[in-house]
Design a binder for this molecule. Structure first.
Ligand SMILES: Cc1cc2nc3c(=O)[nH]c(=O)nc-3n(C[C@H](O)[C@H](O)[C@H](O)COP(=O)(O)OP(=O)(O)OC[C@H]3O[C@@H](n4cnc5c(N)ncnc54)[C@H](O)[C@@H]3O)c2cc1C
Length: 399
């Protein structure tokens, strides 16, 4: 794939150094991470897809390989940006989503809103891959519009030390079967009977729930793509949750979710950029090698133009992704930037996967092929962590 006017392919080092906030230490970090992914992820990736999840011992290996504990804030996040792009480039969106949810999206709630005691109880074990985290927000009736939230955590007593009794049903939870810790969104105050849909998320809270608590039932909820992501539906039936499981202030989940979602979309965007890079590499190799009518596919102008568009768009989105990562490292990530990145990177991933499948012909449509996996995985990226339409709405509102 060429993105330079000279026609020569820029090396990753050259590309990385174009961003003034990346130095040679990031370059060395990228090389190290890439080597660890080659060693710890790729050899077992197919097996994890077939098993619909990453097994417990493999999580520990990922932790030992330093893939689960790169920082969420400040300069550290620039290294995370490199890691997320590299994870995205594995070609397995289920694996990258699983790691992204555990090490970034779910854990961010503990890091952002947890007390020192909660962080000490959960973060080190998560970094070592000993206890996996999952984020249980969505319900069948509450996805893009969380006002339909039904899961309810009733106070189990009248004094301040009383905990909660949790009832409800969560869907589409990545890492759900393997998780030890669930970060759960639940109402902690019943909306007034006449409140209608306008009560929004008022009176909802985030809770840290032990996934093995009595009263929790988990069932695999396999999807078309993201097969290694261990997607699960979870029922809470009279689950007793202690008072110290409350994350941050009671009834303040709306503000927490809004803040964490910007970060979630940044992470999803960086992972998707890696996914596009992988898809375009596969596509580039194919159109140069595959001959139709005696010449490589890449000799056909229509093919060159389609790929030229994708390469150009990839270059823009990747630069934007690193800009967003840099903004976050300075504490300045805003909802509009996070939404633009999430929208454009995942939509580009879908477009690239579609072209990749088309130019691979029937071999790319074989059930077990890498191209078919890219194709079915790409759709999920435009839905999970906020559907594209919601991103467009948010960009409009913020502009
Ligand atoms: C692979 C995968 C993994 C997931 N992992 C998790 C997880 O770990 N934890 C978790 O809590 N949730 C998870 N989710 C759920 C995800 O967050 C929701 O699917 C998402 O928020 C959309 O909600 P919904 O599926 O209920 O779709 P709905 O809200 O019913 O929307 C359906 C469709 O309507 C369209 N739409 C939505 N809003 C608008 C609008 N404003 N204007 C026009 N059209 C619109 C979109 O095309 C959207 O896809 C996951 C989903 C997927 C697919």
């Amino acid at each position: 794939m060429s993105t330079s006017l000279t026609g020569r392919r820029p090396t990753d080092r050259e590309l990385a150094l174009e961003f003034p906030f990346f130095g040679s230490d990031h370059d060395a970090f990228r090389a190290r991470i890439r080597a660890r992914i080659v060693e710890s992820v790729l050899p077992r990736a197919e097996a994890w897809e077939e098993q619909h999840g990453i097994p417990a011992d493999a999580w520990k290996e990922l932790g030992a390989a330093g893939l689960l504990d790169v920082g969420h804030t400040g300069e550290d996040f620039l290294r995370s940006a490199v890691l997320l792009e590299e994870l995205g480039s594995t070609g397995y969106a289920g694996i990258r989503a699983s790691i992204g949810v555990h090490a970034y999206m779910a854990l961010s709630y503990v890091l952002l809103f947890g007390t020192p005691e909660q962080q000490a109880a959960h973060v080190p074990a998560a970094h070592r891959g000993e206890r996996i985290t999952a984020l249980a927000i969505s319900e069948t009736g509450a996805g893009s519009d969380l006002r339909g939230l039904r899961t309810y955590a009733a106070p189990s007593g009248s004094d301040a030390a009383a905990g909660f009794v949790l009832d409800g049903h969560k869907s589409y939870v990545a890492n759900g079967m393997g998780a030890g810790l669930l970060v759960v969104l639940a109402r902690t105050r019943r909306p007034a009977p006449d409140a209608g849909a306008e009560h929004g998320l008022t009176g909802a809270s985030m809770l840290l729930v032990d996934a093995d608590s009595p009263g929790i039932t988990r069932r695999p909820q396999p999807m078309l793509g993201w097969r290694a992501a261990d997607i699960t539906e979870i029922t809470f039936d009279g689950v007793e949750v202690p008072a110290d499981a409350l994350l941050g202030r009671r009834d303040r989940a709306l503000m927490q979710v809004m803040r964490a979602l910007d970060f979630e979309r940044l992470v999803a965007g960086l992972l998707a950029v890696g996914g596009v890079r992988h898809t375009l590499r596969l596509l580039d190799e194919h159109v140069r090698a595959r001959r139709v009518k005696g010449v490589p596919l890449a000799s056909h102008q229509s093919v060159r133009h389609r790929l030229g568009e994708l390469y150009g768009e990839f270059d823009m989105v990747r630069r934007y992704a690193f800009h967003a990562a840099w903004l976050h490292s300075k504490g300045r990530l805003d909802t509009c930037t996070a939404s633009v990145l999430k929208l454009r990177s995942t939509e580009l991933a879908l477009a690239a996967a579609q072209v990749c499948a088309q130019y691979h012909g029937a071999q790319g449509y074989l059930e077990g092929s890498a191209v078919a996996r890219l194709h079915r995985d790409a759709t999920a990226g435009t839905i999970a962590a906020g559907a594209s339409e919601l991103m467009r709405d948010m960009i409009f509102e913020a502009s």
